[in-house]
Design a protein around this ligand. Structure first.
Ligand code: IVH
Length: 658
């Protein structure tokens, strides 16, 4: 899809979501999904200003106006807030502000309800309005008057407009849904929708029974009364308004982040929903200096708490073929933000997993990141189901159409075609990856291109590529420099140790750790060939499955041929004996902490181990060295306290060569 079509499609999706949410009180998609769409659109519009459109939803403040209530033109627009989703983005916001004014902020909870504007004349509530589209809202005075925490009369007879958030506490929400369930009425999806739906009631008697509440967080034209926001909150309290008690002053980015972390823990215990923190510049005279965008002030932002579980829709189920031929069903999702990143696909593992959870296309599902990394579908929101067709597992490989086989006792289906394109490509991707042969420049995309063009069909072809230097240079996106770098990386991979080579060959059940154990035991491929099945099984930590897998692979003529070629190309098929006995790392215990510039953690660990050292995860009296990168935290402190020798990266590098 071209960029312009994508932008238009995103705008339409967001407009539809806005309409459903603001006007109909029936959200189409979750907040996280909405944020993901909006972020994508903002990003594309920033990158491609030529497709700018003044009616884009990024330029609008809210939804449309209902006809049921009188319209109210706001005295000053009710703007919304920009969002940040992680520490990095927060720090960028703070640093931008700090370029203009001294660091002085208030951090507040972001209450998850609906915004309200309240006007008082001589201390008496005369009008309450919803945000509407930010310029024109709806008059909900009668409804608001039923909310007990909103004063009808202030402690002082002043004329003032304030703004705040109406919300439904958990207790009221559960009570309301209980009643609705008993009456066979549809349930509200969450407290915010319940609050919004309630405020749209024409009968204020109903509103009075629903137990709504409010927190007031701003004064319009505050400079008549106070000079900064923190004082404004206290002033509001003194007038009789309900103000959230957790507002915190902070005068640097670390303090802001600390407050947010505290809020993130606190919110799990609060009797109402919050969806983030709001960070506002404290001194009011700086607001105009810092300024506004069309949509939001630049002196404030909302830090959205990371949803660890998000809801979204499965648009289709696709199937991936792994390097071993295993077929993995994948849920293609409406993009949604989960734990800080946008997710558009999630694993469904296998047929049994899908059947067990009865997952179907078009289902609304809850997703999370398993082990905080891999997006996974947790379950289906059954109340939202529309598709009556249960999932059917495919019967043949989506790539080569060979009939699939499900092995006895396994949940997975396999493509049994040895030369299935997906398998061949997958094997090479694994072989070249950082954790195996670490061939820089030979990633997924490049492998796919080289495969499609017929340059590489199997792993051995990688070491034949140098013969085709000139033809490679003519491939789209390649060029002499890139090809030279790639060929150099391939050459350098020949010095990867034996265990990385064995692991890279992708034999079933031979992972990184097993590969180390086996190569350590046999020392060379020749010794491996001579071993009986029993010999392999007798290795400590090696079970029958692993032994069988390795033993049968060693007997396969294709495999033998591949090893013969790779060996002649110069790859390591035996452990190179280094004189490590006298090395400073030999027999020493290391702990790694912080971010290293020149090595990944795995690489540093490999170096240490190759020199006879050991890497452990926690610092104790038994630790000999701590290798500390940047941003090292508690481990470094502990090491200092215990008087353990700390190495920076440069010293470490020098010592490895010593
Ligand atoms: S300050 C210029 N403070 O979040 C807007 N808003 O998109 C100033 N909200 O519409 C808003 N808690 O409904 C502010 N402590 C808080 C808030 C808060 C919730 C809502 C408000 C606003 C939306 C931001």
């Amino acid at each position: 899809m071209d960029i312009k079509t994508k932008i238009i499609e995103l705008r339409q999706q967001i407009d539809a979501a806005n309409q459903a949410y603001h006007t109909l009180d029936q959200p189409l998609i979750s907040d996280a999904a909405y944020d993901a769409l909006m972020n994508e659109l903002i990003e594309l519009e920033t990158m491609y200003p030529e497709y700018d459109d003044p009616s884009s939803p990024t330029k609008k403040i809210g939804g449309q106006i209902l006809d049921k209530f009188e319209k109210v033109t706001h005295t000053t627009p009710m703007m919304s807030l920009s969002n940040v989703f992680n520490r990095e983005e927060l720090y960028k916001f703070v640093e931008r502000v700090e370029e203009v004014v001294t660091s002085d902020f208030v951090v507040e909870l972001k209450i998850d309800g609906l915004a309200v504007a309240l006007r008082y004349e001589e201390g008496i509530l005369i009008q309450a309005a919803t945000r509407g589209n930010g310029i024109i809202g709806e008059d909900i005075t009668n409804n608001v008057k039923t909310i007990k925490s909103i004063p009808l009369k202030l402690a002082k007879p002043i004329s003032i407009e304030v703004r705040g958030e109406i919300f439904m506490p958990h207790k009221s929400f559960h009570r309301l849904n209980q009643v609705r369930e008993n009456n066979n009425e549809s349930l509200f999806a969450n407290p915010r929708n319940a609050a919004a739906g309630t405020m749209r009631q024409l009968d204020s008697q109903i509103v009075a029974q629903r137990g709504l509440d409010v927190y007031i967080y701003a004064i319009v034209d505050p400079l008549q009364y106070v000079t900064n926001h923190y004082d404004a909150l206290n002033f509001l309290k003194s007038l009789g308004f309900k103000v959230n008690p957790y507002a915190t002053l902070a005068n640097n980015k670390e303090a802001i982040y600390a407050a947010i972390e505290t809020f993130d823990n606190l919110r799990k215990t609060l009797p109402y929903d919050t969806d983030g923190a709001v960070i506002k510049v404290n001194p009011y005279d700086k607001y105009d200096v810092i300024g506004y965008t069309a949509k939001s002030p630049k002196w404030a932002t909302a830090y959205k708490f990371q949803a660890e579980i998000a809801e979204t829709t499965i648009t289709s189920i696709t199937f991936q073929v792994g390097r071993t031929g295993v077929i993995t069903p994948v849920a293609e999702l409406e993009p949604v933000v989960v734990s800080g990143t946008t997710v558009s696909r999630a694993t469904l593992h296998n047929e049994d997993y899908i059947k067990l959870k009865d997952i179907r296309i078009n289902d609304q599902v809850r997703i999370h990141k398993a082990g905080e990394i891999i997006p996974e579908v947790i379950d289906v929101v059954m109340s939202q189901r529309i598709n009556q067709q249960p999932f059917e597992m495919i019967q043949s490989c989506p790539i080569c159409q060979t009939p699939l086989r499900r092995l006895e006792g396994e949940a997975d289906h396999y493509c049994m075609n040895e030369s299935c394109d997906a398998k061949m490509i997958g094997q090479m991707i694994h072989f070249a990856s950082r954790v195996a042969m670490d061939i820089d420049g030979l990633g997924e995309k490049v492998i796919e291109i080289l495969y499609e063009r017929g340059f590489i069909k199997t792993i051995t072809d990688i070491y034949k590529l140098s013969q085709y230097q000139e033809s490679l240079e003519t491939l789209p996106g390649f060029g002499p420099k890139k090809v030279e770098k790639l060929l150099l990386a391939i050459e350098q991979s020949k010095s990867q140790p034996f265990h990385k080579v064995l692991f890279g060959l992708g034999i079933k059940h031979i992972g990184a750790k097993v590969s180390k154990i086996i190569t350590q035991h046999f020392q060379s491929i020749e010794n491996m060939y001579q071993a009986s099945l029993e010999d392999i099984q007798n290795i400590h930590e090696i079970g029958p499955e692993i032994a069988n897998s390795l033993f049968s692979m060693l007997k396969k003529p294709d495999f033998v041929e591949m090893i013969r070629y790779l060996k002649s190309a110069g790859l390591n098929f035996e452990n190179v004996q280094k004189d490590i006995k006298s090395h400073a790392f030999n027999g020493k215990t290391f702990v790694l902490t912080g971010k290293l510039e020149n090595y990944s953690r795995d690489q540093a660990s490999d170096i240490i181990e190759s020199l006879g050292g050991k890497v452990t995860s926690s610092v104790s009296k038994l630790t000999d060295y701590v290798l500390a990168g940047s941003d090292a935290g508690s481990k470094l402190k502990k090491a200092e306290a215990l008087g353990i020798q700390i190495l920076d990266e440069a010293t470490f590098k020098d010592m490895t060569h010593a």
